[in-house]
Design a protein. Structure first.
Length: 135
Protein backbone atom coordinates (compact mmCIF):
# COMPACT_ATOMS: atom_id res chain seq x y z
CA UNK A 1 0.00 0.00 0.00
CA UNK A 2 1.19 3.52 -0.76
CA UNK A 3 1.45 6.09 2.02
CA UNK A 4 -1.78 7.51 3.40
CA UNK A 5 -2.50 10.90 1.88
CA UNK A 6 -1.74 13.76 4.31
CA UNK A 7 -5.22 15.17 3.68
CA UNK A 8 -6.73 11.90 4.94
CA UNK A 9 -4.45 11.91 8.00
CA UNK A 10 -5.51 15.51 8.66
CA UNK A 11 -9.17 14.59 8.21
CA UNK A 12 -8.79 11.76 10.73
CA UNK A 13 -7.37 14.17 13.30
CA UNK A 14 -10.34 16.47 12.73
CA UNK A 15 -12.72 13.51 13.10
CA UNK A 16 -14.14 13.80 9.57
CA UNK A 17 -12.49 10.62 8.23
CA UNK A 18 -12.07 7.06 9.53
CA UNK A 19 -9.27 4.74 8.48
CA UNK A 20 -10.26 1.44 6.88
CA UNK A 21 -8.57 -1.81 8.02
CA UNK A 22 -5.78 -1.55 5.42
CA UNK A 23 -5.02 2.05 6.38
CA UNK A 24 -4.96 1.20 10.08
CA UNK A 25 -2.52 -1.63 9.38
CA UNK A 26 -0.37 0.64 7.24
CA UNK A 27 -0.37 3.36 9.90
CA UNK A 28 0.80 0.86 12.55
CA UNK A 29 3.69 -0.27 10.33
CA UNK A 30 4.78 2.90 8.52
CA UNK A 31 7.01 5.22 10.53
CA UNK A 32 6.63 8.06 8.01
CA UNK A 33 2.82 8.06 8.09
CA UNK A 34 2.86 7.78 11.91
CA UNK A 35 5.12 10.86 12.12
CA UNK A 36 2.82 12.91 9.89
CA UNK A 37 -0.22 11.71 11.84
CA UNK A 38 1.48 12.56 15.15
CA UNK A 39 2.31 16.07 13.92
CA UNK A 40 -1.31 16.65 13.00
CA UNK A 41 -2.46 15.20 16.34
CA UNK A 42 -0.07 17.27 18.38
CA UNK A 43 -0.43 20.64 16.72
CA UNK A 44 -3.80 20.65 15.04
CA UNK A 45 -5.99 18.68 17.44
CA UNK A 46 -4.77 20.75 20.39
CA UNK A 47 -5.62 23.96 18.57
CA UNK A 48 -9.06 22.82 17.44
CA UNK A 49 -9.96 20.51 20.30
CA UNK A 50 -10.83 17.83 17.73
CA UNK A 51 -10.46 14.13 18.48
CA UNK A 52 -10.16 11.26 16.02
CA UNK A 53 -12.97 8.77 16.12
CA UNK A 54 -11.39 5.32 16.28
CA UNK A 55 -13.47 2.25 15.47
CA UNK A 56 -11.24 -0.21 17.32
CA UNK A 57 -9.25 -0.35 20.47
CA UNK A 58 -6.20 -2.43 21.31
CA UNK A 59 -4.55 -1.80 17.95
CA UNK A 60 -2.25 1.07 18.88
CA UNK A 61 -4.88 3.67 18.07
CA UNK A 62 -7.05 4.38 21.12
CA UNK A 63 -9.64 7.15 20.85
CA UNK A 64 -7.61 8.48 17.92
CA UNK A 65 -4.34 8.79 19.80
CA UNK A 66 -1.45 6.92 18.21
CA UNK A 67 0.76 4.77 20.43
CA UNK A 68 4.34 5.81 19.62
CA UNK A 69 6.32 3.28 21.65
CA UNK A 70 5.87 -0.26 22.89
CA UNK A 71 7.11 -2.31 25.82
CA UNK A 72 10.77 -3.21 25.41
CA UNK A 73 11.68 -0.19 23.26
CA UNK A 74 14.96 1.50 24.16
CA UNK A 75 14.41 5.24 24.62
CA UNK A 76 16.00 8.43 25.86
CA UNK A 77 14.43 11.58 27.24
CA UNK A 78 14.19 14.75 25.12
CA UNK A 79 13.02 18.29 25.76
CA UNK A 80 13.50 20.51 28.79
CA UNK A 81 13.53 17.65 31.30
CA UNK A 82 16.29 15.79 29.46
CA UNK A 83 18.94 17.47 31.62
CA UNK A 84 17.68 15.31 34.51
CA UNK A 85 18.41 12.17 32.47
CA UNK A 86 21.64 13.15 30.73
CA UNK A 87 22.71 10.35 28.38
CA UNK A 88 20.48 7.86 30.16
CA UNK A 89 19.01 5.10 28.03
CA UNK A 90 15.88 3.45 29.38
CA UNK A 91 13.55 0.61 28.49
CA UNK A 92 9.79 1.08 28.19
CA UNK A 93 8.37 -1.30 30.80
CA UNK A 94 4.66 -0.47 30.54
CA UNK A 95 2.28 1.50 28.32
CA UNK A 96 -0.96 2.90 29.72
CA UNK A 97 -3.78 4.80 28.05
CA UNK A 98 -6.01 7.16 30.04
CA UNK A 99 -7.00 9.54 27.27
CA UNK A 100 -3.33 9.90 26.37
CA UNK A 101 -0.50 7.37 26.19
CA UNK A 102 1.96 7.31 29.09
CA UNK A 103 5.16 5.27 29.15
CA UNK A 104 6.80 3.80 32.27
CA UNK A 105 10.55 3.81 31.63
CA UNK A 106 13.22 2.01 33.64
CA UNK A 107 16.70 3.48 33.30
CA UNK A 108 20.10 1.76 33.53
CA UNK A 109 20.63 3.17 37.04
CA UNK A 110 17.34 1.52 38.21
CA UNK A 111 15.35 4.81 38.29
CA UNK A 112 11.86 4.63 36.86
CA UNK A 113 9.57 7.41 35.72
CA UNK A 114 6.47 7.89 33.60
CA UNK A 115 6.59 10.07 30.47
CA UNK A 116 4.39 11.37 27.69
CA UNK A 117 5.34 10.24 24.21
CA UNK A 118 6.63 13.69 23.20
CA UNK A 119 9.19 13.50 26.03
CA UNK A 120 10.82 10.34 24.63
CA UNK A 121 12.70 9.42 21.52
CA UNK A 122 13.41 5.92 20.31
CA UNK A 123 17.10 5.11 20.77
CA UNK A 124 18.79 3.96 17.60
CA UNK A 125 19.63 0.30 17.47
CA UNK A 126 23.38 -0.15 17.23
CA UNK A 127 24.40 -0.54 13.63
CA UNK A 128 26.31 -3.65 12.70
CA UNK A 129 29.63 -2.70 11.13
CA UNK A 130 30.26 -4.72 8.05
CA UNK A 131 33.71 -6.14 7.59
CA UNK A 132 35.05 -6.50 4.05
CA UNK A 133 35.28 -10.12 3.09
CA UNK A 134 38.75 -11.60 2.74
CA UNK A 135 39.53 -12.68 -0.78
Amino acid sequence: MAHIEPSKLFGAVEGRVEFDDNEQGHLRNCAECRRVFAVFQTYISEATGARVKSRRQGNGIEDGMMQRLKEGDRVYVIGPIAENYFRAIGIVRAVTFTGVYRYLVEFEDSRTNTFFGFELRLAQKPSVATQPEAT
